[in-house]
Design a protein. Structure first.
Length: 301
């Protein structure tokens, strides 16, 4: 059985009265710790060590412990899982409908379809799975933000497209908020559809500008290719460096991969280097893109 100190450390300094009793504390011991100022009552039946700093995760743990049967969900699940496309917002919990919970720390959602398979343990908390989190976020996020969330979990291989589609189908019902736009976004991504070329290029060039790098020439014609396929996305002509942007968001088809490698080898034979950046790198790892360009350009930057 873990000690109360170990439990508190694992839970950002927060624990419940039931947990304290479960590791051997008596009601008198609890009252003594509170009277001595060693524990602070966060809300009814939930305490925090006076030596533990307050933080977002401590508040989330307190809200969760103070709401029996609750599950961390929506924006809070996304934050706990490190999904960068979702703004943190207020703490959010989900409870089974008709439990009628209220919590001063968190926003409470009621649900009739939160199955045990939609929940897993994360850091000692009950948290919705990645797939269920996306489903829930569809009800509270605008279309553009939801699209970025879907792309993030798919490109990061946090969940499979088929799993999202199956869960969407199993929970779909008339009037369920956000399900129409979620279905449309999932359908768009069903064949590994690429990001619009103009959007990816715009993000790349904004990144270059913000980093203070020399702007490349766009849509450069290379002499060794035919007129129909003779242009590359961008190039630093003086450095003989080609930049290709890959908008395929999650699937990399074998035929496309082979074609790209052939074109890279062809450029190398003509004395040009090729750097390829994916949508995932440009959007979610811009530091890598900038550092790679700086290294490749050398004295030109």
């Amino acid at each position: 059985m873990p000690s109360l100190a170990a439990l508190a450390i694992a839970q950002a300094g927060v624990f419940s009265r039931d947990q304290a009793l479960g590791v051997g504390c008596t009601p008198a011991m609890i009252e003594h710790q509170l009277d001595a100022g060693l524990w602070v009552a966060v809300q009814r039946g939930v305490y925090r060590s006076a030596f533990a700093p307050t933080c977002w995760q401590a508040e989330l743990t307190a809200a969760h412990l103070g709401t029996p049967g609750s599950t961390v969900s929506h924006e809070s699940s996304a934050e706990l899982r490190g999904l960068r496309s979702v703004p943190q917002g207020r703490l959010v919990l989900t409870v089974i409908r008709h439990d009628h919970h209220t919590d001063r720390l968190a926003r409470i959602h009621e649900s009739t379809d939160l199955a045990p398979t939609h929940v897993e343990q994360v850091g000692g908390l009950r948290v919705t799975t990645v797939a269920r989190t996306v489903i829930d976020l569809a009800a509270v996020l605008p279309r553009g933000r939801l699209a970025r969330v879907i792309d993030e979990v798919l490109t990061g291989r946090r969940v499979e497209h088929g799993e999202l589609c199956a869960l969407h189908a199993s929970l779909r019902r008339r009037g369920k908020r956000g399900f129409v736009k979620l279905g449309e976004l999932l359908e768009e991504r069903g064949d590994g559809m690429a990001m619009a070329e103009s959007e990816l290029e715009a993000r790349f060039h904004e990144l270059i500008w913000r980093a203070g790098l020399l702007a490349p020439t766009t849509q450069v014609a290379v002499p060794w290719r035919s007129a129909s396929i003779g242009r590359v996305d961008a190039a630093y002509v003086e450095a003989r460096l080609i930049i290709e942007l890959d908008g395929r968001r999650w699937h990399s088809r074998d035929a496309d991969h082979d074609r790209d490698r052939r074109r890279d080898n062809e450029a190398l034979c003509h004395g040009w280097r090729v750097l390829r950046f994916t949508w995932q790198q440009v959007v979610h790892d811009p530091a890598y893109v900038v550092a790679t360009l700086r290294a490749a350009l050398g004295s030109l930057v």
